[in-house]
Design a protein. Structure first.
Length: 202
């Protein structure tokens, strides 16, 4: 008897969860009146709002990092801006994938996803146009996101919702660990190596 090793990537998991949610929604179509939103819709929309917030925050951070690459202005971490810009771009793509999967799950639960246009970025008090400020902002945001997903997953009603939220929460925790390591200079990372390893997970 032979065995087969199956590698489930982030993209496979999120795509599978979205397909499952969409299939459930289509299976419910018929002549009967559509049921109302399930109890999972509100917490899923709360997480979706956070994902949209992360996307616009990374966009704002990317602008600061690009400025520091072009004009260091005495920033002691200016030489690190290119590395962090690569990480921010990758993390933003992850959050876009999370948002798409959450939108599908909300629709499958007979809900309406909030619009991305309702979410804007406001820099926190004390934020400065420096590489360190961007890194601290991203690190704190990912930590709070990981905690929020962990707190939410146990309160969801459906298995599909719990599976999706649990997997996204794992992404957020990974984001935090990488950013915290860079912030504390636990590791010196070459951007090409880092992005290559992240690509291998997709």
């Amino acid at each position: 008897m032979s065995s087969t090793n199956i590698h489930l990537s982030r993209r496979t998991i999120l795509h599978g969860a979205a397909v499952t949610s969409a299939s459930a929604m289509l299976a419910g179509c018929g002549d009967d009146p559509a049921p109302g939103p399930s109890a999972d819709v509100e917490p899923l929309n709360t997480l979706l709002r956070a994902e949209f917030g992360a996307i616009v925050a990374y966009e704002a951070g990317a602008m600061v990092l690009t400025d520091r690459i072009n004009t260091p202005m005495g920033d002691p971490l200016a030489g690190f801006a290119q590395t962090l810009l690569g990480v921010a771009s990758k993390w933003k793509a992850h959050h876009q994938a999370h948002a798409a999967a959450l939108q599908a799950a909300i629709r499958a639960n007979n809900g309406t996803p909030i619009a991305a246009s309702t979410v804007t970025f406001t820099a926190p008090a004390g934020f400065t146009q420096t590489v360190r400020s961007v890194l601290v902002l991203a690190c704190n945001a990912e930590k709070h996101a990981a905690v929020a997903y962990n707190d939410t997953v146990q309160n969801l009603a459906t298995t599909d919702s719990r599976f999706l939220v649990g997997n996204i929460g794992g992404d957020e925790a990974m984001h935090f660990v990488v950013l915290y390591s860079l912030l504390k200079q636990v590791a010196t990372v070459n951007v090409a190596t880092l992005i290559g390893r992240m690509d291998a997970l997709d």
